[in-house]
Design a protein around this ligand. Structure first.
Ligand code: NI
Length: 155
């Protein structure tokens, strides 16, 4: 088990575009395991590889307890509806902002098994997949927040 250091918002790596994974090898598997350990330790619902300093298109999503979904080279293929709600990020500690996202997302991605899988979901799942795939393109939720909520909450 390895807990990786989570990069925070002043780190320029978070603004870079991650590259596709071309081969799922032992190194990929170790990275994913470490990402899951790091996500659990941080008590988060999603993590992108760039957040631990690796510019590869890998995200892990855990919007249901103990149901970790590993998505390699994820691609959102369908969205519908809209939701508006508070969002945070392990790379932007202590802050939250209101962000509009689709209420439904369908995504396709390679799994660690090397096969293509499709996942779909609403609400938190949809929000999380959008947030994490944004990370792969160097986008932080603070770019999209129409209002930061820090001032309204007790620190
Ligand atoms: Ni994030």
């Amino acid at each position: 088990m390895a807990i990786l250091k989570i990069r925070t918002d002043e780190d320029p790596i978070l603004r870079k575009t991650s590259r596709p994974v071309e081969e799922i090898n032992l190194r990929t598997k170790i990275l994913v395991k470490d990402m899951i350990d790091t996500l659990h330790k941080a008590d988060g619902v999603g993590l992108a590889a760039v957040q631990v300093g690796v510019l590869r298109r890998i995200i892990v999503v855990e919007t249901e307890p103990n149901e970790t979904i590993v998505m390699i080279n994820p691609e959102i293929i369908e969205t519908a509806g809209e939701q508006d709600g508070a969002e945070g990020c392990l790379s932007v500690p202590g802050r939250r902002g209101a962000v509009k996202r689709p209420n439904y997302v369908k995504v396709k991605a390679l799994g660690l098994d090397g096969k293509m899988h499709e996942y779909e979901g609403t609400e938190l799942f949809a929000r999380c997949v959008c947030h994490e795939t944004d990370h792969l393109n160097g986008i932080l939720y603070t770019d999209k927040a129409w209002k930061m909520l820090d001032d309204e909450e007790e620190q």
